[in-house]
Design a binder for this molecule. Structure first.
Ligand code: SAM
Ligand code: SF4
Length: 331
């Protein structure tokens, strides 16, 4: 479906839970968030109905996220049901990787997942433990390795770039691509929610990160480096490297003009944009017995509400925060 700003909206990110087994400093406060009650979280069958309606409205690609999607029970069966939806061409999953070693094989063989993104902000166990407030780096590395062995390709690794935290690891991450077929994606820190990190002064633009790498290596744009191919990421490769390096510049170069996404929150709201508060409730209508057509119309309604662009800029890092937490919106 084409929206009023001539963008084709065909991608839905689904947060299946706001719960998480980590507490990343830029995402959640250390005491965690007041989690949504079980009854207020969309049931799998409800999510599947919304996805079907979205597919009718033109969605062809879904990413399952959270919170941490792998902590929700019966996720593999849910993914297999998702896979069976006619017209849905691509299903991805974003995980913190803590449980990936356990799940990789099942996700690949029974879940029908084709693409996996793992979040990893440090290659140093102590720093990783600190930023995630308790995460075990080795578990994540084992998970990534297992995912690679069972056949996931490409494996994308999301690194939130944080000044004074992983600035001195930019090169280490970039050099991982020399030997591993991973796509390392540096993501600009966003001022979301009430997490424990003081965003002010922590921001590193993609340009800054890229220049750090370019002091040592030439970065060649990967063919088809358009946003249509790679979503919001601009992708490069160090000469001779097996992997790739991507930059997601949500703050310094908003990709609103080519944004093709909608979001379904864990508590059943369709959202037009990560950084604008426009939402449509689907849980209420679902539980009141709405028809598939009504559901499809709600999807169309949120597409119609999609703003031309979000109004948060890097200069606002310290003054403007989104009301919702990242974990309920799915990043
Ligand atoms: N728990 C899963 C994970 O961490 O991959 C999926 C959900 S998480 C909310 C999705 C993505 O959002 C992660 O890659 C995470 O790094 C990113 N994220 C969370 N808070 C962020 C922030 N304030 N700025 C930029 N990215 C953020
Ligand atoms: Fe959990 Fe992912 Fe948020 Fe970290 S970024 S606290 S892993 S939801």
């Amino acid at each position: 479906m084409i929206d009023k700003y001539n963008r084709e909206i065909n991608y839905l990110r689904v947060s299946i839970t706001d719960r998480c087994n980590l507490r990343c400093m830029y995402c959640m406060p250390k005491e965690g968030l007041s989690v949504i009650g079980h009854d207020d979280i969309l049931r799998y069958e409800e999510i599947l109905r919304v996805v079907k309606a979205a597919v009718k409205a033109g969605v062809v690609k879904v990413r399952v996220t959270g919170g941490e999607p792998l902590v929700r029970k019966e996720i593999v069966d849910f993914l297999a049901d998702l896979r069976a939806i006619d017209g849905l061409k691509d299903i991805g999953l974003t995980t913190n990787g803590i449980l990936l070693e356990t799940f990789a094989e099942k996700l690949y063989s029974s879940g029908g997942i084709q693409r996996i993104n793992v979040s990893l902000d440090s290659l140093d166990s102590q720093k990783y433990n600190m930023i995630t407030r308790g995460g075990d780096l080795k578990a994540v590395l084992r998970g990534i390795d297992k995912a690679h062995r069972v056949g996931f390709s490409p494996i994308k690794i999301n690194v939130v770039a944080i000044k004074g935290f992983n600035e001195n690891e930019i090169l280490d991450f970039a050099e991982l691509t020399l030997e591993k077929p991973y796509q390392i994606r540096f993501i600009e820190l966003m001022p979301i929610g009430e997490a424990g990190i003081d965003n002010n002064g922590r921001f590193m633009s993609s340009k800054y990160v890229m220049e750090k790498i370019e002091r040592f290596y030439n970065l060649d744009p990967v063919e088809g480096n358009g946003r249509k191919m790679n979503g919001p990421a601009r992708i490069y490769r160090i000469k001779g490297a097996v992997g790739q390096i991507g930059f997601i510049s949500s703050m310094s170069h908003s990709f609103c003009d080519s944004c093709n996404r909608l979001r379904l929150t864990a508590d059943g709201h369709l959202r037009a944009c990560l950084l604008s508060e426009e939402e449509v409730d689907v849980k209420g209508p679902l539980r009141a017995g709405c028809s598939d057509l009504e559901l499809e119309n709600l999807v169309k309604m949120i597409i119609a509400k999609k703003p031309m662009r979000h109004d948060i800029r890097c200069s606002d890092m310290h003054i403007k925060k989104c009301v919702r937490e990242m974990s309920s919106m799915g990043g």
